[in-house]
Design a protein around this ligand. Structure first.
Ligand code: TRP
Length: 332
């Protein structure tokens, strides 16, 4: 049975190999199975990171180009930008009333971010605390039933399910579909510094647009142990994991076997092989990216948002009438 799928990437720019294996490949698979897919650039969610004027518009277009370069978008799926659908923000305001502060405070991503920024809880923005409410509005605005996300976002989808149920219960009507998480094949990609996760804020990424020379020097710089054998260090594990993802299976298995045999010092050679496989993986994406013009990308986003607004306006209308708000979205 085909599903209505929704997912997003935040408009923070610098889409990387971690996003590719952690999210984009799943998006492509769901699209290939002829589900009805909605993929968007979450520019409003990116604002939680912002402390002044930024050119979020160009960043959004850049992220949209990454989607298109990865073959996500028309005619196979709907691609849009979050802020082009104002109904989503309106829905987030309404949902805010059925969400408890206690629940939002338990959110791991929230706690991590507060900790990473070294802030006291009282100094954190309402936007950051309300991140899962806005994300719920995204998902519920199109009555999606399947949300492909990485491990770190599961809790947000679980919250969405609870908020949807709470809304339906509170207002005595099944306004919302209860969405499911789709975790299939989500993988955690290690960083080139050997840490467990490749992440933009950790500065340990290989970007999809990195040129071959930077890919090579980044991979050669992975901090591996002196020689194979024994328990792997984090860096060596990262090298193996990246190779498992990016190189042909038999090549990966050869190196696993050589590790076990302690077959001399081969990490340099292994890194060069991995680098060439990553360069080859990125090549077609970069070729497609380069020929995309800003105006055509903007047209794709505009057309996507028209489609989504029609759906979201109906859902918002249902929400409003369930609550007893008469204006809803109808021709005010
Ligand atoms: N929070 C997600 C992330 O950081 C992005 C996102 C925003 C999202 N809204 C969404 C993902 C709705 C799935 C569905 O990766």
């Amino acid at each position: 049975m085909t599903k209505r799928v929704i997912s997003a990437m935040r408009a923070t720019g610098g889409v990387h190999v971690g996003n590719y294996y952690g999210a984009i490949i799943q998006f492509q698979q769901l699209q290939a199975l002829s589900n009805e897919c909605f993929y968007f650039v979450a520019d409003l969610h990116a604002l939680t990171e912002v402390a002044g004027v930024i050119d979020i518009d160009s960043v959004s277009v850049e992220v949209a180009k990454h989607y298109l370069a990865c073959l996500l978008g028309p005619p196979n799926s709907i691609l849009y930008r979050q802020s082009d659908v104002p109904e989503v923000s309106q829905m987030a305001v309404l949902l805010g009333n059925i969400v408890s502060l206690g629940r939002l405070r338990t959110c791991t991503t929230f706690k991590d971010r507060v900790r990473n920024r070294g802030l006291a809880e009282g100094e954190v923005s309402y936007g950051l605390l309300g991140y899962p409410v806005l994300m719920s509005a995204d998902i519920l605005s199109v009555r999606a039933d399947c949300v492909p996300v990485g491990q770190d976002q599961i809790q947000h989808v679980e919250m969405t399910r609870d908020f949807a149920r709470a809304f339906n219960r509170t207002f005595g009507r099944d306004v919302f579909t209860i969405p499911e998480v789709n975790l299939q094949d989500a993988v955690r990609v290690p960083g080139i510094d050997g840490s467990e996760k490749m992440g933009k804020s950790d500065g340990n990424t290989i970007r999809l647009l990195d040129d071959p020379e930077s890919v090579r020097s980044k991979i050669l710089g992975i901090p591996t142990q002196a020689e194979p054998g024994g328990d792997m260090t984090k860096g060596t594990r990262a090298l193996y994991k990246l190779m498992e993802l990016c190189s042909p299976k038999e090549i990966y298995e050869q190196y696993v076997e050589r590790y076990q045999r302690q077959d001399g010092k081969f990490f340099g050679e292994m890194k060069r092989r991995l680098a060439e496989d990553v360069v080859a993986l990125l090549q077609p994406i970069q070729d497609r990216y380069r020929v995309l013009r800003d105006d055509e990308v903007r047209e794709v986003l505009a057309s996507g948002s028209r489609t989504v607004r029609q759906i979201a306006a109906e859902v918002l209308d249902d929400m409003c009438s369930a609550i007893g708000l008469t204006s809803g979205n109808r021709g005010v």
